[in-house]
Design a protein around this ligand. Structure first.
Ligand code: ADP
Ligand code: MG
Length: 347
């Protein structure tokens, strides 16, 4: 789940907290480096000491998750992958088993479009590296990897052990790790008595409470630039997660290759540049945003339905916004002229 540290930080805090930058308020803000990315924490209405301690606790959560789930540097996950490849049972701790079980369920609901078992494909495309790079794999390699049908269904969980009946399975939780970490962080903040906060890990965001008397407002990155395209007012405890082809990519011989793979073809997904999902928890929203990006413009509604997500915004390669009416009511475009919008019901 490691990503390169972005020098082009997604959303400056002033963009994110659209209302707050001009107002001195009891707002604590900190940026930490974790999971190989920058995490923005905003806490409203807590004593500075409490807020500082909470930020430190969150940094520890993110770093623990980062080292546990690292997909290519030696980690508990790479040890699990080694073991299950040989058909043996891997001992897995309770936290990891719980997330693997959740990912299995989400993958099944997505019809395999969110498929964390495709680690070999992701590696072959050059994304198991701090600096993604080509050359891209040849057609034969991709065909062989797809034909081996790596799938979460192959995993059997018994107590705290994990087995796979398919040696082609290699787990990579890059699509869900940040959303999961954001959920863990918010649960931790709550435990510490904090009621109003935002945790933002590179566009994977969960909010609780409010910003004083007002709802938190969140900006959604414009896939075509470094600014924001739209903002949404958040209602209490909610997550807003964006997957984008701009997050990790490389150019090779004049062609661009990005990091979200359509497991059906084995190639980077085509047609859509970003997907935003608003949902209660960030883990589900993260899995869904990846699945919907892989689904593409045809058929994403069924995937959304099956995964139980309703509030979806997709931006296609032409810059056209495809949106469910559930989100249309809440979204405010921040660009002039506003983009062309096609309203498509996911229901
Ligand atoms: P973003 O980086 O924009 O937040 P995602 O949440 O979609 O994007 O995560 C992308 C990462 O997920 C990739 O770097 C890779 O590790 C992994 N991945 C790519 N395609 C898939 C897929 N179809 N299913 C599950 N994981 C994937
Ligand atoms: Mg995702």
């Amino acid at each position: 789940m490691t990503r390169k540290i972005k020098t082009t930080l997604l959303l400056a805090t002033c963009y994110l907290l659209l209302d707050s930058c001009s107002n001195p308020e009891p707002l604590y803000q900190e940026q930490i480096l974790a999971l190989g990315a920058l995490v923005d924490i905003s806490i409203w209405g807590a004593e500075p000491d409490v807020a500082r301690r909470a930020s430190t606790a969150i940094a520890e959560d993110f770093n623990r998750i980062h080292t546990t789930w690292h997909a290519w540097e030696a980690s508990p996950l790479t040890r699990i992958n080694e073991t299950i490849k040989s058909g043996a049972a891997a001992n897995v701790d309770a936290e990891m088993i719980a997330l693997i079980a959740e990912a299995k369920e989400l993958s099944a609901k997505s019809g395999g479009l969110f498929n964390p078992a495709v680690g070999k494909l992701i590696a072959s495309w050059g994304f198991h590296s701090d600096e993604p790079h080509g050359p891209p794999p040849d057609a034969k390699t991709i065909e062989t990897l797809v034909a081996a049908h790596p799938s979460m269904d192959a995993l059997q969980i018994e107590g705290h052990t994990l087995k796979s009946n398919n040696p082609a399975v290699q787990l990579d939780f890059g699509a869900i790790g940040q959303g999961y970490a954001v959920d863990v962080a918010i649960a931790h903040l709550r435990k510490l008595g904090i009621q109003n906060a935002i945790v933002n890990a590179s566009g994977d965001i969960r909010v609780i409470g409010k910003h004083g008397g007002r709802p938190w407002r969140i900006g959604i990155r414009d896939p075509r630039g470094s600014g924001i395209i739209a903002s949404v007012e958040m209602q209490g405890d909610e997550s807003i997660v964006t997957s984008g082809t701009y997050e990790r990519f490389y150019d090779y011989q004049g062609k661009r290759y990005h990091h979200i793979i359509d497991p059906r073809s084995g190639y980077p997904a085509r047609g859509v540049t970003s997907v935003t999902v608003v949902h209660s928890d960030a883990t589900t929203a993260d899995a869904a945003s990846t699945a919907l990006l892989a689904a593409g413009l045809k058929g994403w509604q069924k995937t959304a339905r099956d995964m139980g997500v309703k509030q979806v915004m997709m931006i296609d390669e032409q810059g056209i916004v495809h949106m469910d009416p559930a989100l249309t009511k809440r979204i405010h475009f921040e660009v002039t002229p506003p983009p062309k919008v096609e309203i498509v019901s996911a229901l």
